[in-house]
Design a protein around this ligand. Structure first.
Ligand code: ZN
Length: 339
């Protein structure tokens, strides 16, 4: 961009004062372009090739997704001072081109009487399109913008929280699709996992607008029930356990001791032989180390406040995306009031 040639000056990036050189192609453009071609023309088609067996297809899909991460990361660096080829106009131009493409696509879709619900950096949510219109839009963007749009997902319904990149949808298959929301984390205690599953099932059962109110009501009751069970210590201890694998031997933890390591040391004191690769189950307790190995803990030691916070971080966003105030469920404005 911004080369010294007079004749390139009119090759403006839409929405910016920058221009792109027509005479020489940049180094990064060549490299990223090569990775892009590899993704678009090799791995993406392979990932969709029905004549390849499913496992291999999945491998190709992982490959194309990994390439996408490289491509996305490689333009952001132009806006970073630490990068040797630091050049804000390049970063600006790329962002501007992306914005331009998505706006043009939205305009085109609107001209075709398609209702756009939401647009993000690289995607559009279209309300009840017919396949003819969609195919026309895809063909248009390929021809005019040289961008290959794809039908990525078909939703039964989507709830937008009003925040950017933050929505919850249920796919045709009944699978839940969550963007920018917590809820899927490893080492999650069993009771949260099953609560999450129940909430998901309720959402998946929604088939039309009329079902939503009753679904919200059921989710509200479910979350409240879980709160009360926790408060009354009705969950079995093992459902409250976090399970983390020990990735180093205990001797190596000299500076910091993460929670599962604390629990491992407790077990060691009882003469258990703990080693690398062992899965440590622990629960959160009041006082002491704040954690206790599952084998040593009693239900009355449980720090229910910590667990309530955990429920909260998992479900607040889901609930708020469908218009339910989390505090409302408890009938209090603050967790503290609950105790
Ligand atoms: Zn030039």
């Amino acid at each position: 961009v911004r080369c010294p040639h007079k004749e390139c000056r009119n090759n403006i990036v839409p929405g910016t004062p920058h221009w792109v050189c027509r005479k020489r192609r940049g180094l990064l453009s060549t490299i990223i372009g090569y990775i892009r071609d590899l993704r678009v023309f090799v791995y993406k088609p392979l990932a969709k090739d029905k004549s390849v067996d499913e496992n291999t297809r999945r491998l190709y899909d992982v490959m194309q997704k990994a390439l996408k991460v490289f491509i996305n990361a490689s333009y952001g660096v132009f806006g970073s001072e630490n990068f040797s080829l630091y050049c804000p106009p390049v970063a600006e131009s790329i962002t501007a081109l992306g914005r331009y493409a998505i706006i043009k696509t939205i305009e085109r879709a609107q001209a075709m009487n398609l209702a756009i619900l939401y647009g993000d950096t690289d995607s559009l949510f279209v309300w009840r399109p017919n396949s003819e219109n969609i195919n026309e839009l895809l063909a248009w963007s390929k021809k005019e913008l040289h961008i290959d749009l794809d039908i990525d997902k078909v939703y039964k319904f989507v709830a937008f929280s009003g925040l950017k990149k933050n929505y919850l949808g249920v796919l045709r298959s009944g699978r839940i699709d969550i963007k920018g929301m917590v809820g899927k984390k490893r080492n999650t205690p069993e009771f949260i996992k099953s609560l999450f599953k129940e909430v998901s099932n309720i959402l998946a059962s929604v088939d039309n607008i009329d079902d939503i109110d009753s679904a919200i009501d059921r989710i509200r009751k479910l979350t409240k029930k879980s709160y009360i069970m926790l408060k009354n210590k009705k969950y079995p201890l093992n459902e409250l356990a976090f399970r983390v694998t020990l990735t180093k031997s205990l001797k190596e933890y000299t500076k910091t001791t993460p929670q599962h390591v604390k629990a491992a040391f407790q077990l060691k004191r009882y003469g258990l032989n703990i080693d690398i690769g062992d899965i440590i189950s622990f629960v959160k307790i009041r006082g002491g180390d704040g954690v206790k190995a599952l084998q040593l803990a009693r239900i009355d030691e449980i720090d229910e406040k910590k667990y309530l916070e955990y429920i909260e971080t998992t479900f607040r966003q889901i609930l708020e995306s469908i218009g339910v105030d989390f505090d409302d469920i408890l009938g209090t404005k603050h967790l503290d009031k609950y105790f």
